[in-house]
Design a protein around this ligand. Sequence first.
Ligand SMILES: NC(=O)C1=CN([C@@H]2O[C@H](COP(=O)(O)OP(=O)(O)OC[C@H]3O[C@@H](n4cnc5c(N)ncnc54)[C@H](OP(=O)(O)O)[C@@H]3O)[C@@H](O)[C@H]2O)C=CC1
Ligand SMILES: O=C/C=C/c1ccc(O)c(O)c1
Length: 788
Amino acid sequence: MGSLASEKTVIGWAAKDASGVLSPYTYTLRKTEAEDVVVKVLYCGICHTDIHQTKNHLGMSNYPMVPGHEVVGEVIEVGPEVSRFRPGDVVGAGVIVGCCRTCQPCKADVEQYCNKRIWSYNDVYTDGKPTQGGFASSMIVNQKFAVKIPTGLAPEQAAPLLCAGVTVYSPLKHYGLMTPGLRGAILGLGGVGHMGVKVAKAMGHHVTVISSSDKKKAEAMDHLGADAYLVSSDAAQMAAAADSLDYIIDTVPVFHPLEPYLSLLKLDGKLILMGVINEPLKFVSPMVMLGRKSITGSFIGSMTETQEVLEFCVEKGLTSTIEIVKMDYVNKAIERLERNDVSSKDQQLIMGSRSGKSSPKVSSMENNHKEPFIIGVAGGAASGKTTVCDIITQQLHGQQIIESFYYGLSEKKVSQVQGYNFDHPDAFDTERLLSCLKSLKCGNEANIPNYDFKTYEKVFPERKVSPSDVIILEGILVFHDPRLRELMNMKLFVDTDADVRLAQRIHRDTVEKGRAVTVVLEQYYKFVKPSFEDFIAPTKKYADIIIPWGRNNKVAIDLIVQHIHTKLGQHDICKFYSNLYVIQSTFQIRGMLTIIRDANTSKHDFIFYADRLIRLVVENGLGHLPFKEKQVKTPTGAVYTGVEFCREKLCGISVIRSGESMENALRACCKGIKIGKILIHKDAEEGEQLIYQHLPKDIAERHVLLLDPILATGNSAVQAISLMLERGVQESNIIFLNLISAPEGIHAVCKKFPRIRIITSEIELGLNDECHVIPGMGEFGDRYFGTV
Ligand SMILES: NC(=O)C1=CN([C@@H]2O[C@H](COP(=O)(O)OP(=O)(O)OC[C@H]3O[C@@H](n4cnc5c(N)ncnc54)[C@H](OP(=O)(O)O)[C@@H]3O)[C@@H](O)[C@H]2O)C=CC1
Ligand SMILES: O=C/C=C/c1ccc(O)c(O)c1
């Protein structure tokens, strides 16, 4: 049991309007009540309902709205009257977090049909506070609305069951459709649909998938185990299936005529509507009369059924098919779901993290997970990649993955293996590699296949790779697939001359593997060389660093390792935005920040320490201007090779009023520097408006240091930068200097202006409901200029 006294500040991803775009949002959870459990979110599934809600499809959305109702988390605190859970338990929460407990549905244990149900988000709790969902660091749930995730079910596997799973399980149970041998269909193979196939198959049904295209056929049949597949627009296929089904679970989330599906039902067949469609449906009455067919609907399932479906899945060994993505991928994930572009192999997108060790979320989330730094190392076969990787792995204590993701060969292919090209992209199971990397990126373990080049098949057991700060992925073709490249924080290409690669290959294959030179050469000319030229060499352009090899290049490796050490010491958000620089934290700097942040600091001390810190940020910012090499003679007569500023034009632009506090430091460093000003007015209704500008006439030719001590929402910065761009300044010539930056502001600025640089001294936790930076330092201008 923990302390129940104070409200907890958490960070979630919220839609702020009907665009449905989610961005980090700080808010307080309701007070923990006697029967509440406080849950640290580990995983949260994305359901199409999240789109309906965030985009206001139903006309009832309130913002800011943190969606997510397939929540799996760890109990970190319980109220005094909680009997069912203890800290450390892994629990699930779903669509509903409250009900009246007295009405007929509540008494009948089907509380989801209570008219006073409280939705887990976009609703108001009993204390009057808005409810917020699971795309957040934590949630508070009354114990009635939490289920225990059984041992035997991985937490991420459980997430889709909390909505999609129970949504199909409940009507099948309620309508007596659990009998083996029934013939059912799932219409729409998405999140709910894929669970529908699995649950119905586990009940022993003959399952048909009805889909809008043939794209998902292989997956439905081979992966999910469906028995038949119909494309809804194929009239002949549909006619052939007439009068054949006991039920159809219809998950399509948009308007569609019902008649084609009603005609597939047998006598007494049921069309069970699941999709939330805000338009009147259409069918003529004989379609149901002539066959005593029913059109009905069903809404999730009760808490009892939710617990039941979890146990059912354990008992049947049923798993959900998921793609785990990072929290900051959420907008892309939603976009894909809306476009019906979720790989049929990964039917449910889950935002995930893993207990304690990790969180998928960007830095704005309260978490103790540091996303691993993934280094891809590519290059031709026998180029020295492994040596490079070994040294890096040793120095950084990383986890190494060698690209052993080859497909197993069929008997026929084995018999013709001399003609099989192992250096071709098609030889690799890239999907599997992607899924392993994503898993590691989210802080989870991954199983790496072992491949036996004698039998040409995967061998078991697989190698377990545990999450680590640094993951090194080596392979000839690891830069080939853009999705893999996207996951890498650094890409190295080991560049070795062809003759050296060939010599090393001959040595390895003859001495170590006992092959004849003629065979090695034949392979080389037939496959290795053409594949290098066609597929490997062209990926060199994606490398961040090309390492000339041939003999050990220790200097390059040292530099790379040093750079990675610096990156690892930085805040996670710096890994996402290479144009964000946090000045090296020292006790000195933290000490200054502590004084400035302290609400009790006197005005005098505030100005003194703010000035010192500003000076450091300004000096650091100046270090990002162009320099060129310069040699000078020292008084001892020795030559010193240094650098000098390129003498390109420079100016400062302060955002009135608090930015003016940074002008003195800039003047002290750059004598006579031109400083312009911008005034942006914040209006609750109109948003941010530019009121005044005084910019150097020739600003287009200058490097600009933008001065504003606090980056909060980023709205003013975006306005200011847009104005400068309109006036012809090059984006890459703008350096934004501030003392503290909220992740929300960083995202806003870096996403829109990827080429500007932001220099800051510390990254904040986030913004609160009033868009104030947390922990922050209050109204900087008021404190500095003494207007409070
Ligand atoms: N009743 C309840 O209790 C619940 C209802 N829902 C609702 O069920 C519906 C489905 O949810 P979910 O499975 O998460 O959604 P998904 O987006 O994951 O899947 C919907 C599927 O419907 C098919 N589809 C056909 N036309 C369209 C279209 N124009 N746009 C998108 N999909 C289309 C697609 O399958 P294909 O490619 O095979 O045609 C798609 O994969 C939603 O309306 C959701 O709100 C969700 C949970 C509980
Ligand atoms: O995802 C679960 C919610 C489904 C849902 C069903 C009906 C309705 O009117 C909704 O707003 C949501």
